[in-house]
Design a protein around this ligand. Structure first.
Ligand code: CAA
Length: 379
Protein backbone atom coordinates (compact mmCIF):
# COMPACT_ATOMS: atom_id res chain seq x y z
CA UNK A 1 0.00 0.00 0.00
CA UNK A 2 1.35 3.41 -0.95
CA UNK A 3 -0.28 6.68 0.06
CA UNK A 4 2.47 8.84 -1.46
CA UNK A 5 1.73 10.95 -4.53
CA UNK A 6 4.24 10.96 -7.38
CA UNK A 7 5.98 14.10 -8.63
CA UNK A 8 3.60 14.66 -11.53
CA UNK A 9 0.54 14.32 -9.27
CA UNK A 10 2.01 16.81 -6.79
CA UNK A 11 2.90 19.25 -9.59
CA UNK A 12 -0.62 19.15 -11.10
CA UNK A 13 -2.25 19.49 -7.67
CA UNK A 14 -0.05 22.43 -6.71
CA UNK A 15 -0.60 24.16 -10.05
CA UNK A 16 -4.37 23.83 -9.59
CA UNK A 17 -4.13 24.98 -5.96
CA UNK A 18 -2.13 28.10 -6.82
CA UNK A 19 -4.45 28.98 -9.68
CA UNK A 20 -7.54 28.44 -7.51
CA UNK A 21 -6.21 30.59 -4.68
CA UNK A 22 -4.87 33.41 -6.83
CA UNK A 23 -7.22 33.52 -9.83
CA UNK A 24 -10.49 31.83 -8.87
CA UNK A 25 -11.27 32.38 -5.19
CA UNK A 26 -11.00 36.21 -5.17
CA UNK A 27 -13.78 36.67 -7.77
CA UNK A 28 -15.96 33.67 -6.88
CA UNK A 29 -18.43 35.64 -4.73
CA UNK A 30 -19.08 38.28 -7.38
CA UNK A 31 -19.38 35.77 -10.25
CA UNK A 32 -21.87 33.80 -8.13
CA UNK A 33 -23.92 36.91 -7.39
CA UNK A 34 -24.06 38.00 -11.02
CA UNK A 35 -24.09 34.54 -12.63
CA UNK A 36 -20.98 35.36 -14.68
CA UNK A 37 -19.37 32.41 -16.46
CA UNK A 38 -15.58 32.53 -15.77
CA UNK A 39 -14.56 32.42 -19.45
CA UNK A 40 -11.08 33.95 -19.09
CA UNK A 41 -10.29 31.83 -16.05
CA UNK A 42 -11.42 28.65 -17.84
CA UNK A 43 -9.18 29.47 -20.82
CA UNK A 44 -6.25 29.94 -18.44
CA UNK A 45 -7.06 26.57 -16.87
CA UNK A 46 -6.85 25.01 -20.33
CA UNK A 47 -3.41 26.58 -20.82
CA UNK A 48 -2.34 24.98 -17.52
CA UNK A 49 -3.38 21.53 -18.77
CA UNK A 50 -6.45 21.25 -16.52
CA UNK A 51 -8.94 20.52 -19.32
CA UNK A 52 -7.33 17.22 -20.25
CA UNK A 53 -5.58 16.00 -17.12
CA UNK A 54 -6.17 12.32 -17.92
CA UNK A 55 -5.96 12.71 -21.70
CA UNK A 56 -2.97 11.49 -23.76
CA UNK A 57 -0.39 14.11 -24.73
CA UNK A 58 -0.92 13.11 -28.37
CA UNK A 59 -4.35 14.77 -28.17
CA UNK A 60 -3.26 17.83 -26.20
CA UNK A 61 -3.74 16.40 -22.71
CA UNK A 62 -1.47 16.38 -19.67
CA UNK A 63 -1.49 12.56 -19.52
CA UNK A 64 -1.21 12.74 -15.73
CA UNK A 65 -3.79 10.07 -14.86
CA UNK A 66 -7.06 9.81 -12.97
CA UNK A 67 -5.56 10.44 -9.50
CA UNK A 68 -3.97 13.71 -10.65
CA UNK A 69 -7.32 14.64 -12.22
CA UNK A 70 -9.15 14.07 -8.92
CA UNK A 71 -6.55 16.08 -6.98
CA UNK A 72 -6.69 18.97 -9.45
CA UNK A 73 -10.48 19.09 -9.57
CA UNK A 74 -10.63 19.15 -5.75
CA UNK A 75 -8.29 22.16 -5.68
CA UNK A 76 -10.28 24.02 -8.34
CA UNK A 77 -13.55 23.35 -6.46
CA UNK A 78 -11.96 24.68 -3.27
CA UNK A 79 -11.51 28.00 -5.11
CA UNK A 80 -14.67 28.07 -7.25
CA UNK A 81 -17.07 25.15 -7.53
CA UNK A 82 -18.62 26.58 -10.72
CA UNK A 83 -15.26 26.49 -12.52
CA UNK A 84 -14.84 22.93 -11.24
CA UNK A 85 -18.02 21.62 -12.87
CA UNK A 86 -17.02 23.23 -16.17
CA UNK A 87 -13.65 21.53 -15.87
CA UNK A 88 -15.24 18.20 -14.89
CA UNK A 89 -17.64 18.01 -17.82
CA UNK A 90 -15.02 19.15 -20.36
CA UNK A 91 -12.54 16.52 -19.15
CA UNK A 92 -15.30 13.89 -19.25
CA UNK A 93 -16.12 14.74 -22.89
CA UNK A 94 -12.42 14.68 -23.90
CA UNK A 95 -11.85 11.33 -22.19
CA UNK A 96 -14.98 9.86 -23.77
CA UNK A 97 -13.89 10.84 -27.28
CA UNK A 98 -10.44 9.36 -26.59
CA UNK A 99 -12.08 6.09 -25.51
CA UNK A 100 -14.85 5.78 -28.12
CA UNK A 101 -13.73 7.95 -31.03
CA UNK A 102 -12.07 7.26 -34.35
CA UNK A 103 -8.54 8.55 -34.86
CA UNK A 104 -9.99 11.34 -36.99
CA UNK A 105 -12.50 12.37 -34.29
CA UNK A 106 -9.78 12.34 -31.63
CA UNK A 107 -7.43 14.49 -33.72
CA UNK A 108 -10.14 16.92 -34.72
CA UNK A 109 -11.97 17.47 -31.43
CA UNK A 110 -9.92 16.50 -28.38
CA UNK A 111 -7.13 19.12 -28.74
CA UNK A 112 -9.77 21.84 -29.09
CA UNK A 113 -11.37 20.72 -25.80
CA UNK A 114 -8.08 20.45 -23.92
CA UNK A 115 -6.40 23.60 -25.25
CA UNK A 116 -9.22 26.12 -24.89
CA UNK A 117 -9.99 26.14 -28.64
CA UNK A 118 -13.44 25.31 -27.30
CA UNK A 119 -14.06 27.04 -23.98
CA UNK A 120 -15.95 23.93 -22.76
CA UNK A 121 -17.55 20.65 -23.71
CA UNK A 122 -21.12 19.62 -22.84
CA UNK A 123 -22.62 16.23 -22.01
CA UNK A 124 -26.19 16.14 -23.34
CA UNK A 125 -27.79 12.98 -21.96
CA UNK A 126 -30.67 14.03 -19.65
CA UNK A 127 -34.08 15.06 -20.94
CA UNK A 128 -37.06 16.77 -19.29
CA UNK A 129 -38.63 13.36 -18.55
CA UNK A 130 -35.50 11.16 -18.56
CA UNK A 131 -32.95 11.99 -15.85
CA UNK A 132 -32.28 8.98 -13.60
CA UNK A 133 -33.57 6.73 -16.41
CA UNK A 134 -31.74 7.92 -19.52
CA UNK A 135 -32.72 4.78 -21.46
CA UNK A 136 -36.23 6.28 -21.70
CA UNK A 137 -34.99 9.28 -23.69
CA UNK A 138 -37.02 10.30 -26.72
CA UNK A 139 -34.57 12.43 -28.73
CA UNK A 140 -34.30 10.84 -32.17
CA UNK A 141 -31.46 10.60 -34.67
CA UNK A 142 -32.35 9.47 -38.19
CA UNK A 143 -29.89 8.72 -40.95
CA UNK A 144 -30.53 10.68 -44.18
CA UNK A 145 -27.83 9.99 -46.76
CA UNK A 146 -24.52 11.24 -45.43
CA UNK A 147 -26.15 13.09 -42.51
CA UNK A 148 -27.75 12.36 -39.15
CA UNK A 149 -30.82 14.46 -38.34
CA UNK A 150 -31.49 15.08 -34.63
CA UNK A 151 -34.85 16.03 -33.12
CA UNK A 152 -35.78 16.31 -29.45
CA UNK A 153 -35.13 18.13 -26.18
CA UNK A 154 -32.35 17.93 -23.61
CA UNK A 155 -32.39 19.35 -20.09
CA UNK A 156 -29.90 20.40 -17.36
CA UNK A 157 -26.99 20.70 -19.77
CA UNK A 158 -23.95 22.16 -18.04
CA UNK A 159 -22.15 24.70 -20.30
CA UNK A 160 -24.66 23.98 -23.08
CA UNK A 161 -24.66 27.67 -24.10
CA UNK A 162 -20.88 28.12 -24.20
CA UNK A 163 -19.72 24.68 -25.34
CA UNK A 164 -17.86 24.41 -28.63
CA UNK A 165 -18.69 20.73 -28.74
CA UNK A 166 -21.62 18.79 -27.33
CA UNK A 167 -21.71 15.04 -26.89
CA UNK A 168 -25.37 14.20 -27.53
CA UNK A 169 -27.30 10.96 -27.03
CA UNK A 170 -30.29 10.05 -29.20
CA UNK A 171 -32.36 7.02 -30.14
CA UNK A 172 -31.43 5.48 -33.47
CA UNK A 173 -33.74 2.49 -32.87
CA UNK A 174 -36.61 3.41 -30.51
CA UNK A 175 -37.76 -0.22 -30.29
CA UNK A 176 -34.45 -1.46 -28.83
CA UNK A 177 -34.44 0.23 -25.37
CA UNK A 178 -30.95 1.08 -24.12
CA UNK A 179 -29.47 -0.80 -27.10
CA UNK A 180 -31.17 1.61 -29.50
CA UNK A 181 -29.24 4.65 -28.21
CA UNK A 182 -26.30 6.16 -30.09
CA UNK A 183 -23.92 8.97 -29.31
CA UNK A 184 -23.08 11.97 -31.53
CA UNK A 185 -20.67 14.88 -31.69
CA UNK A 186 -22.46 18.16 -32.34
CA UNK A 187 -20.52 21.39 -32.77
CA UNK A 188 -21.84 24.46 -30.95
CA UNK A 189 -23.73 26.76 -33.30
CA UNK A 190 -24.90 23.96 -35.63
CA UNK A 191 -28.18 25.11 -37.30
CA UNK A 192 -31.13 23.42 -35.62
CA UNK A 193 -29.46 23.39 -32.18
CA UNK A 194 -31.52 25.85 -30.15
CA UNK A 195 -30.05 26.89 -26.79
CA UNK A 196 -32.53 27.91 -24.08
CA UNK A 197 -32.22 30.42 -21.26
CA UNK A 198 -29.85 29.50 -18.40
CA UNK A 199 -31.70 28.12 -15.35
CA UNK A 200 -31.88 30.33 -12.22
CA UNK A 201 -30.09 27.98 -9.86
CA UNK A 202 -29.62 27.69 -6.11
CA UNK A 203 -25.86 27.18 -6.46
CA UNK A 204 -23.07 26.86 -9.02
CA UNK A 205 -24.48 30.09 -10.39
CA UNK A 206 -21.34 30.96 -12.39
CA UNK A 207 -21.76 27.74 -14.37
CA UNK A 208 -24.59 27.92 -16.86
CA UNK A 209 -27.14 25.12 -17.11
CA UNK A 210 -29.45 25.26 -20.10
CA UNK A 211 -32.18 23.34 -21.89
CA UNK A 212 -31.50 22.45 -25.54
CA UNK A 213 -33.80 21.81 -28.48
CA UNK A 214 -32.80 19.89 -31.59
CA UNK A 215 -34.98 20.92 -34.51
CA UNK A 216 -33.94 19.00 -37.62
CA UNK A 217 -30.35 19.51 -36.53
CA UNK A 218 -28.15 17.97 -39.22
CA UNK A 219 -24.66 16.68 -38.55
CA UNK A 220 -22.26 14.73 -40.80
CA UNK A 221 -22.52 10.92 -40.73
CA UNK A 222 -18.95 10.70 -39.43
CA UNK A 223 -19.99 12.46 -36.20
CA UNK A 224 -21.48 9.26 -34.79
CA UNK A 225 -19.30 8.53 -31.72
CA UNK A 226 -18.74 4.80 -31.19
CA UNK A 227 -20.87 2.21 -32.96
CA UNK A 228 -24.59 2.65 -33.59
CA UNK A 229 -26.56 1.26 -30.61
CA UNK A 230 -23.61 1.45 -28.20
CA UNK A 231 -24.27 4.96 -26.93
CA UNK A 232 -25.83 3.92 -23.61
CA UNK A 233 -22.79 1.90 -22.59
CA UNK A 234 -20.47 4.77 -23.48
CA UNK A 235 -22.64 7.09 -21.36
CA UNK A 236 -22.42 4.70 -18.40
CA UNK A 237 -18.64 4.31 -18.77
CA UNK A 238 -18.19 8.09 -19.00
CA UNK A 239 -20.38 8.56 -15.91
CA UNK A 240 -18.25 6.09 -13.92
CA UNK A 241 -15.34 8.49 -14.43
CA UNK A 242 -17.56 11.56 -14.08
CA UNK A 243 -18.67 10.38 -10.63
CA UNK A 244 -15.07 10.47 -9.43
CA UNK A 245 -15.07 14.06 -10.67
CA UNK A 246 -18.21 15.01 -8.72
CA UNK A 247 -16.86 13.33 -5.59
CA UNK A 248 -13.66 15.38 -6.02
CA UNK A 249 -15.68 18.55 -6.49
CA UNK A 250 -17.68 17.84 -3.31
CA UNK A 251 -14.42 17.28 -1.38
CA UNK A 252 -13.03 20.61 -2.60
CA UNK A 253 -16.16 22.51 -1.52
CA UNK A 254 -16.15 20.75 1.87
CA UNK A 255 -12.45 21.53 2.32
CA UNK A 256 -13.16 25.22 1.73
CA UNK A 257 -16.08 25.13 4.19
CA UNK A 258 -13.93 23.45 6.84
CA UNK A 259 -11.05 25.92 6.42
CA UNK A 260 -13.44 28.88 6.69
CA UNK A 261 -14.95 27.32 9.84
CA UNK A 262 -11.57 26.78 11.52
CA UNK A 263 -10.53 30.38 10.84
CA UNK A 264 -13.86 31.72 12.11
CA UNK A 265 -13.91 29.52 15.23
CA UNK A 266 -10.46 30.73 16.25
CA UNK A 267 -11.32 34.37 15.76
CA UNK A 268 -14.95 34.67 16.89
CA UNK A 269 -15.40 35.14 20.63
CA UNK A 270 -18.42 34.25 22.77
CA UNK A 271 -18.63 34.30 26.55
CA UNK A 272 -15.13 35.79 26.61
CA UNK A 273 -13.40 33.00 24.65
CA UNK A 274 -12.82 31.99 21.02
CA UNK A 275 -15.66 29.63 20.14
CA UNK A 276 -13.07 27.00 19.04
CA UNK A 277 -12.40 26.48 22.75
CA UNK A 278 -15.94 25.19 23.28
CA UNK A 279 -16.17 21.45 22.82
CA UNK A 280 -19.48 21.86 20.98
CA UNK A 281 -17.59 23.63 18.18
CA UNK A 282 -14.30 21.71 18.38
CA UNK A 283 -16.12 18.37 18.06
CA UNK A 284 -18.00 19.62 15.02
CA UNK A 285 -14.64 20.48 13.40
CA UNK A 286 -13.26 17.05 14.32
CA UNK A 287 -16.25 15.28 12.74
CA UNK A 288 -16.06 17.46 9.61
CA UNK A 289 -12.37 16.66 9.11
CA UNK A 290 -12.89 12.93 9.69
CA UNK A 291 -15.71 12.74 7.15
CA UNK A 292 -13.68 14.79 4.69
CA UNK A 293 -10.69 12.47 4.89
CA UNK A 294 -12.87 9.36 4.54
CA UNK A 295 -14.41 10.89 1.40
CA UNK A 296 -11.00 11.86 0.03
CA UNK A 297 -9.50 8.39 0.35
CA UNK A 298 -12.57 6.61 -1.01
CA UNK A 299 -12.37 8.92 -4.03
CA UNK A 300 -8.62 8.61 -4.58
CA UNK A 301 -8.93 4.83 -4.37
CA UNK A 302 -11.60 4.80 -7.09
CA UNK A 303 -9.37 7.07 -9.21
CA UNK A 304 -6.38 4.81 -8.61
CA UNK A 305 -8.40 1.75 -9.67
CA UNK A 306 -9.42 3.55 -12.85
CA UNK A 307 -5.79 4.39 -13.50
CA UNK A 308 -4.78 0.74 -13.06
CA UNK A 309 -7.32 -0.30 -15.69
CA UNK A 310 -9.42 -2.11 -13.08
CA UNK A 311 -13.22 -2.17 -13.06
CA UNK A 312 -14.24 0.77 -10.84
CA UNK A 313 -17.98 1.24 -11.35
CA UNK A 314 -18.91 0.35 -7.76
CA UNK A 315 -16.01 2.27 -6.22
CA UNK A 316 -16.83 5.42 -8.22
CA UNK A 317 -20.46 5.25 -7.07
CA UNK A 318 -19.44 4.65 -3.43
CA UNK A 319 -17.05 7.61 -3.60
CA UNK A 320 -19.68 9.86 -5.18
CA UNK A 321 -22.39 8.77 -2.72
CA UNK A 322 -20.26 9.19 0.39
CA UNK A 323 -18.36 12.32 -0.65
CA UNK A 324 -21.44 14.23 -1.79
CA UNK A 325 -23.49 13.32 1.30
CA UNK A 326 -20.56 14.05 3.65
CA UNK A 327 -19.80 17.35 1.92
CA UNK A 328 -23.42 18.43 2.35
CA UNK A 329 -23.21 17.67 6.08
CA UNK A 330 -19.87 19.49 6.36
CA UNK A 331 -21.13 22.60 4.55
CA UNK A 332 -24.27 22.67 6.72
CA UNK A 333 -22.16 22.46 9.89
CA UNK A 334 -19.93 25.25 8.55
CA UNK A 335 -22.97 27.53 8.36
CA UNK A 336 -24.00 26.48 11.88
CA UNK A 337 -20.54 27.31 13.27
CA UNK A 338 -20.72 30.75 11.67
CA UNK A 339 -24.13 31.43 13.29
CA UNK A 340 -25.87 34.47 11.79
CA UNK A 341 -22.77 35.28 9.73
CA UNK A 342 -23.11 31.92 8.04
CA UNK A 343 -26.45 32.97 6.64
CA UNK A 344 -25.23 36.06 4.78
CA UNK A 345 -22.86 36.33 1.84
CA UNK A 346 -20.23 38.32 3.71
CA UNK A 347 -18.72 34.91 4.52
CA UNK A 348 -18.30 32.18 1.88
CA UNK A 349 -19.99 29.30 3.68
CA UNK A 350 -23.55 30.07 2.52
CA UNK A 351 -22.23 29.81 -1.08
CA UNK A 352 -20.48 26.54 -0.26
CA UNK A 353 -23.75 25.13 1.11
CA UNK A 354 -25.65 26.21 -2.01
CA UNK A 355 -22.91 24.94 -4.35
CA UNK A 356 -22.55 21.55 -2.71
CA UNK A 357 -26.28 20.79 -2.73
CA UNK A 358 -26.34 19.55 -6.33
CA UNK A 359 -23.55 17.02 -5.80
CA UNK A 360 -26.05 14.50 -4.41
CA UNK A 361 -28.22 15.07 -7.50
CA UNK A 362 -26.25 15.39 -10.75
CA UNK A 363 -24.30 12.65 -12.51
CA UNK A 364 -26.65 10.24 -10.75
CA UNK A 365 -28.57 10.99 -7.54
CA UNK A 366 -27.54 9.36 -4.26
CA UNK A 367 -30.43 6.95 -4.83
CA UNK A 368 -29.03 5.95 -8.25
CA UNK A 369 -25.56 5.46 -6.73
CA UNK A 370 -27.14 3.03 -4.25
CA UNK A 371 -28.79 1.19 -7.17
CA UNK A 372 -25.40 0.86 -8.90
CA UNK A 373 -23.61 -0.25 -5.71
CA UNK A 374 -26.31 -2.80 -4.79
CA UNK A 375 -26.43 -4.24 -8.33
CA UNK A 376 -22.65 -4.64 -8.34
CA UNK A 377 -22.80 -6.35 -4.94
CA UNK A 378 -25.57 -8.72 -5.94
CA UNK A 379 -24.61 -9.66 -9.48
N1 CAA B 1 -20.20 0.43 -17.72
C1 CAA B 1 -20.40 -0.26 -18.88
N2 CAA B 1 -21.62 -0.75 -19.24
C2 CAA B 1 -22.64 -0.53 -18.39
C3 CAA B 1 -22.50 0.18 -17.17
C4 CAA B 1 -21.21 0.66 -16.84
N3 CAA B 1 -21.00 1.34 -15.71
N4 CAA B 1 -23.68 0.25 -16.54
C5 CAA B 1 -24.56 -0.41 -17.33
N5 CAA B 1 -23.93 -0.87 -18.45
C6 CAA B 1 -24.51 -1.67 -19.54
C7 CAA B 1 -25.11 -2.95 -18.98
O1 CAA B 1 -24.14 -3.97 -18.89
C8 CAA B 1 -26.20 -3.26 -19.99
O2 CAA B 1 -25.65 -3.88 -21.12
P1 CAA B 1 -26.03 -5.42 -21.49
O3 CAA B 1 -27.53 -5.42 -21.65
O4 CAA B 1 -25.30 -5.67 -22.77
O5 CAA B 1 -25.57 -6.23 -20.34
C9 CAA B 1 -26.67 -1.87 -20.44
O6 CAA B 1 -25.62 -0.95 -20.11
C10 CAA B 1 -27.94 -1.46 -19.74
O7 CAA B 1 -27.68 -1.50 -18.35
P2 CAA B 1 -28.83 -1.54 -17.26
O8 CAA B 1 -29.86 -2.55 -17.66
O9 CAA B 1 -28.20 -1.66 -15.91
O10 CAA B 1 -29.48 -0.09 -17.46
P3 CAA B 1 -30.66 0.64 -16.66
O11 CAA B 1 -31.54 1.28 -17.64
O12 CAA B 1 -31.25 -0.27 -15.63
O13 CAA B 1 -29.88 1.85 -15.93
C11 CAA B 1 -28.72 3.01 -14.21
C12 CAA B 1 -28.91 1.71 -14.99
C13 CAA B 1 -27.49 2.78 -13.34
C14 CAA B 1 -29.90 3.35 -13.32
C15 CAA B 1 -28.43 4.17 -15.19
O14 CAA B 1 -29.57 4.48 -15.91
C16 CAA B 1 -27.92 5.44 -14.54
O15 CAA B 1 -26.72 5.56 -14.24
N6 CAA B 1 -28.80 6.47 -14.33
C17 CAA B 1 -28.35 7.77 -13.88
C18 CAA B 1 -28.04 8.66 -15.06
C19 CAA B 1 -27.12 9.79 -14.69
O16 CAA B 1 -26.21 9.66 -13.90
N7 CAA B 1 -27.34 10.95 -15.32
C20 CAA B 1 -26.47 12.05 -15.14
C21 CAA B 1 -26.65 13.02 -16.23
S1 CAA B 1 -25.16 13.74 -16.80
C22 CAA B 1 -24.80 15.05 -15.79
O17 CAA B 1 -25.38 15.27 -14.76
C23 CAA B 1 -23.65 15.83 -16.30
C24 CAA B 1 -23.59 17.25 -15.92
O18 CAA B 1 -23.94 18.11 -16.70
C25 CAA B 1 -22.96 17.65 -14.65
Amino acid sequence: MDFELNELQIAIRDTARKFAEERLAPGARERDRQEIFPREEILEMARLGLMGVNVPEAYGGAQAGAVAYSLALTEIARGDASAAVTMGVTNMCAELICAAGTEEQKRKYVPRLTSGGYVAGAFALSEPHAGSDPASMTTRAERKGDRWVLNGAKQWITSGDVAGLLVVWAKTDPSAGSKGISCFLVEGGTPGLVVGKPEAKMGLRASHTVPLLFENCEIPAENLLGAEGEGFKWAMRALDGGRIGIASQAIGIAQAALEASIAYAKERKAFGRPIAEFQAIAFKLADMKTQLEAARWLTLRAAWMKEQGMRFTREASMAKLFASEAANRIAAEAVQIHGGYGYVDEFPVERHLRDVRVTTIYEGTSEIQRVVIARELLR
